[in-house]
Design a protein around this ligand. Structure first.
Ligand code: 4GM
Length: 233
């Protein structure tokens, strides 16, 4: 998959996407990531990307010209163009799974108060939000989306890692996990996990999943359909 990102803060992207599984995906050619500075698509001395809103009001808007030029340069018929904005559809694992089958994503990060509406009208295939809060700009949401989608690309996760992904496509939260030592500072691992009795372990884990989900995320137990999450968390 190719991912192009348009941002005013390209430096924010070095670090988070240069480590771990995302970097491995890039090294293996499974993810081709390109970060573009929106200011490179301006022509004036001050590299102006924003302007005041017609009708007045606080804040600034991203003006149409630089974004139109950038998208005209980057997009083709295979591109799926996503704007990261707090007023978008709420991003989740199911949306990530759909996006992971695309050939080319273009992620547009806003800042200030948002975009001139004409940019969205012409270019937005989809508007996504990573949650109900406002960040200073869309770089972190873009990185979240890239991280979530990258690990779903075919071949990115190893066999062990990906069987995990499939076995938790339920609407339950994960059961508690333990590793060695069996007793740590007086705290014991639940006896059933040491028993070697696979059926009882499976039973315990599914009970724990249900109890935890009911306590922490009862919304996930509601009848599916209008459900937000459709994969385990
Ligand atoms: C306003 C309009 C995305 C602010 C468009 C972006 C939060 C999210 C911004 C924008 C953002 C989110 C920049 N804050 N919840 N800030 O996904 O791009």
């Amino acid at each position: 998959m190719k991912v192009d990102v348009l941002t005013l803060f390209p430096k924010m992207f070095s670090g988070p996407l240069d480590e771990s599984i995302v970097q491995r995906a890039r090294d293996n050619g499974l993810l081709e990531l390109r970060i573009h500075n929106l200011r490179a698509y301006t022509h004036d001395l001050h590299q102006t990307v924003d302007d005041r809103p017609f009708g007045g009001g606080a804040g600034m808007l991203l003006k149409p010209e630089p974004l139109f030029e950038a998208l005209e340069a980057l997009a083709d018929e295979e591109s799926h163009i996503i704007f990261l904005t707090p007023s978008g559809r709420k991003f989740n694992q199911a949306i990530a799974r759909e996006l992971s089958s695309r050939k080319h994503l273009i992620l547009v990060c806003g800042s200030y108060e948002g975009f001139d509406e004409r940019i969205l009208k012409v270019w937005a295939d989809e508007k996504l939000s990573i949650g109900d809060y406002v960040l200073t700009n869309g770089a972190l949401p873009a990185m979240v989306l890239i991280d979530v989608v990258a690990r779903l690309l075919p071949g990115v996760l190893g066999k062990d890692e990906s069987s995990h992904e499939e076995s938790f496509s339920s609407n339950y939260l994960e059961y508690p996990h333990y590793t060695r030592p069996a007793v740590f500072r007086g705290m014991k691992v639940p006896e059933v996990l040491l028993s070697g009795h696979h059926a009882r372990i499976a039973q315990w884990r599914s009970e724990q999943s249900m109890l935890k989900t009911a306590a922490v995320r009862p919304d996930l137990l509601k009848e599916s359909g209008e459900q937000e999450a459709s994969s385990s968390c």
